[in-house]
Design a protein around this ligand. Sequence first.
Ligand code: NDP
Length: 501
Amino acid sequence: MTLTKESAHALASKLAPKGLAFIDGKFATAADGATFDTINPATGQLITAVAHCGTADVDRAVKAARRSFDDGAWSRAAPEFRKEVMLRLADLVRTHREELAVLESIDSGKTVIDCLHEIGREVPTFFQWYGELADKSFGKVAPTGENALALIVKEPAGVVGLVLPWNFPLLMAAWKMAPALAAGCSVLVKPAEQTPLSVLRLAELAQEAGIPDGVLNVLPGLGETTGQAIGRHPDIDIVSFTGSTEVGGYFLRYAGESNLKVIGLEMGGKSPFIVLDDADLTDDLIEHAAMSAFWNGGQNCSANMRQLVDRSLADEFAHRVTVRAKAFRVGDPLDPATNIGAMVTAEHQTRVMGYIERGSAEGARLLTGGGSTGPGYFIEPAVFADMTPTMSIAREEIFGPVLGILPVAGMEMALRIARDTDYGLHATVFTRDIDRAIHMARRLPCGTVSVNGFSEGDVKTPFGGYKRSGSLARDNGTEAMDQYLQTKTIWFSTARPSAAR
Ligand code: NDP
């Protein structure tokens, strides 16, 4: 079946999302009965009330996770078993992709077409790839003399808290859950308060796939309560977090004030898109420039919002990006023809509109867009020319559809401005000169450098940030699984066997 606007709306009207926590294999209300509302950003209407997990619920989930970890039904199971369950989960997500995509679209304001791509293709790929890795990860034998045998083995690290953002709800869940589960850990997932519904449905599918009770728990709630309770819990071994730099800092503090749990951080960005003077301004380059900024309504940590374009190309680049920006269709996220849906909340819409006003007030030239419409939280993609490095729109993470073009005089100036930021998540460079491409890639302090195309990489390549964009932890690739494994040395002292035996 292929979704149409009508079929997506029909499917949305039939959904009955579960607004409950998922703890120890069962759906449950919060211990104190507390709830919070989840709103459809495209309409401003209530979807459902959702259980707001407090300290008691987090504690119950940690106990279930610890029990399941110690029982070994998952953590010490044959890796082939974990693989089979995760492959089943990948298949179940594929089978339910349209339901999940519509559910996520109404909860987040993301376009159903993006949700369908992420949930139909990328999410199952993550469960499949890490499931496959479960029985292909080997330890090492260290070089010793004949009087010893030294094994270096990897063991699941324990109970893991996964604290998620709202911009890619199910995809970020898969980025973190898949390697943690493949490693044999038991997990607690805290979805963002704006987007709990698709992850709760995923928990049901995971149970159907055969994940044992207690191994996967989903705790919806607010950051200051549920998130903080996870951050401070003394029996959680690792937290992996994606979100703002400010809250990432809180998790380091929570760990320092509790049990020194390991914290993996993936945070914000202010990534450059660099066009050197030898680049061809092809349609492909313009498409990458526009998509790097406006994909997911600009609500993307690696969005390339600082577009540093050589002066000789800047006017033509600005004209063509403007034409492309005008072609984006903004509106009903459930219409597969829509390119940009709603901002996630009314507050976020107001925040992004504030940046558009500041951009104009600080002297940048608005070439197109920047209007907002309702009753949902929509913003037309904005393109600014004549941005300078000190403007707020050039320095701060906006997390909305606001692209700024900053003309530069040569490669070294582009590099200097690109490096002058507290963030270090991503950069794109367009050049036809391989030596300049390598020079730029080596000198840009960020986790991913993308040459002659905007890309975040894929399941096989690590993703994370330098500076205030991240810790040394990485999502994706074999590096992600390493985050959830402990390293143990087993040293055998051996003696030459007696010949008589
Ligand atoms: P946050 O960093 O506030 O939220 C990320 C996660 O942390 C959510 O699950 C959130 O819960 C939780 N959280 C929030 N406050 C606390 C706390 N005090 N203790 C423990 N956990 C907490 O991001 P926002 O959603 O508020 O977005 C703000 C900005 O962050 C964006 O505009 C963007 O700049 C950046 N961001 C970056 C993302 C990225 O991919 N790197 C993703 C999302 C945002 P709750 O949902 O209840 O707030």
